[in-house]
Write a protein that binds this ligand. Structure first.
Ligand code: GDD
Ligand code: MN
Length: 379
């Protein structure tokens, strides 16, 4: 066990030989980051630590604030991601940018009690553990001033998580934990990195069960900035659970894409009914209009929901729409072609139609994921 004093660091130099990296995802937290660094300085005396803020290009200039701190404090680093959103993926990228043997994840908004970091580190170093979790649901921990409805939602989400994580883990929803670097590398290629719940992801993605321990803390109130918890978080959580349960068979993104496509059919029928049955257009023109509206609907919703983390905006939105419509037109031709081919060989009309639909959907999904949203191409 090497108890090293914090190395003397000169400005602009990385925290050479850091033993603990603290990864902090940020979105609009400019008024919290300075205070967090101050508190870490106090609580982590005698530890060679660094803090890596991973900011998704916050409009309030959080990244600039972090860089200003880094200019005088070499323990501070900033990873700024452009055109990306997502707490989990931010954590993963921050963790991968560090080389310390111990890596922690915590929020920027001072709701997690940094005071337990030294105990987390000591447990990981001294005990047979892979990961230590800051927990609100073990003796001595608590939710602080949560109202009953948020507490109930948290309990429900926790119960759901037990489909993919061990039930002995009391606070899988926690975004506050520390692990050994090897655990990261062992899991990283299987992580879904979708949405908010990175700890659930780790537990569900590890090949061997993780040896863990929970240390209590009480969740604090947020003072500056605001929570990013919204309906999208619930959807992302559903997608994460789905991905962990069936992701090895079908990607969860495909399920979202197919669901939106299903709604697109309803939109199509509604438009067609209004235009054709309403006596405004012929069937062919009505069908063409309904197809166009449905494609715009599908593109817009996939952009907001399925690809929220890589959302296209402004001119890129328009370019995306055009490529989406082109790809889906080819998908429609393939769909009709295959359905006709099967139908001509006595495939039965329902089975032939379904086969055409599945083929079209898979084509649309696979090709738009590369050409429209350009998965993985962004920084
Ligand atoms: N980079 C990045 N990208 N950071 C984000 C994003 C994003 O899209 N969304 C949120 N964050 C950052 C916030 O700036 C904050 O530092 C942290 O992630 C948590 O976000 P909050 O909006 O404060 O979340 P919360 O307080 O509702 O949820 C917290 O409590 C949960 C326990 O119920 C988080 O700690 C969760 O991780 C935790 O599970
Ligand atoms: Mn918070």
């Amino acid at each position: 066990m090497h108890e090293r004093a914090a190395p003397a660091l000169t400005s602009g130099q990385g925290a050479a030989g850091a033993e603990l990296s603290i990864v902090v995802p940020t979105f609009k937290e400019k008024d919290n980051v300075g205070e967090l660094v101050k508190r870490l300085e106090v609580t982590l005396q005698g530890v060679a630590w660094e803090v890596i803020f991973v900011d998704d290009d916050s409009p309030d200039g959080t990244a600039d604030t972090v860089r200003a701190l880094a200019a005088t404090n070499p323990r501070v680093r900033c990873v700024q991601r452009i055109d990306r959103r997502g707490l989990s993926s931010a954590c993963v990228e921050g963790m991968l940018s560090s080389s310390a043997p111990y890596v922690a994840v915590m929020d920027a908004d001072l709701q997690h009690d940094e005071g337990i970091l030294p105990a987390m580190l000591a447990s990981l170093k001294q005990e047979d553990l892979d990961i230590v979790v800051g927990s609100r649901y073990v003796d001595g921990g608590g939710l602080g001033q949560w109202d009953e409805s948020r507490a109930a939602i948290s309990r429900f989400a926790t119960r759901l998580s037990h489909m993919v994580v061990p039930p002995e883990l009391k606070d899988p929803m926690s975004g506050f934990f520390m692990l050994r670097r090897e655990v990261l590398h062992q899991c990283v290629r299987r992580l879904s990195a979708l949405g908010f719940k990175i700890l659930v992801d780790f537990f569900a993605s590890s090949e061997q069960p993780l040896r863990f321990k929970e240390l209590p803390y009480t969740f604090r109130n947020r003072i500056a900035g605001e929570s990013k918890l919204d309906n999208q978080v619930a959807w992302d959580y559903g997608m994460l659970l789905l991905d962990k349960m069936i992701g090895h068979i079908v990607p969860a993104r495909f399920v979202a894409f197919a669901l939106i496509g299903g709604f697109g059919v309803l939109v199509h029928m509604a438009v067609l009914t209004a235009l054709y049955k309403g006596g405004w257009l012929s069937f062919a023109s009505g069908q063409a209009s309904a197809t166009t509206v449905a494609m715009v609907f599908n593109f817009a919703f996939n952009n907001i929901i399925t690809y929220r983390d890589q959302q296209l905006k402004g001119l890129a939105w328009l370019r995306g729409l055009i490529s989406f419509m082109l790809v889906c037109s080819v998908g429609a031709i393939a769909n009709v072609g295959v359905a006709n081919y099967l139908f001509d060989r006595d495939g039965g009309w329902v089975a032939s139609a379904l086969a055409g639909i599945v083929l079209g959907a898979v084509w649309n999904y696979a090709v738009t994921s590369v050409y429209t949203w350009g998965k993985g191409k962004k920084t």
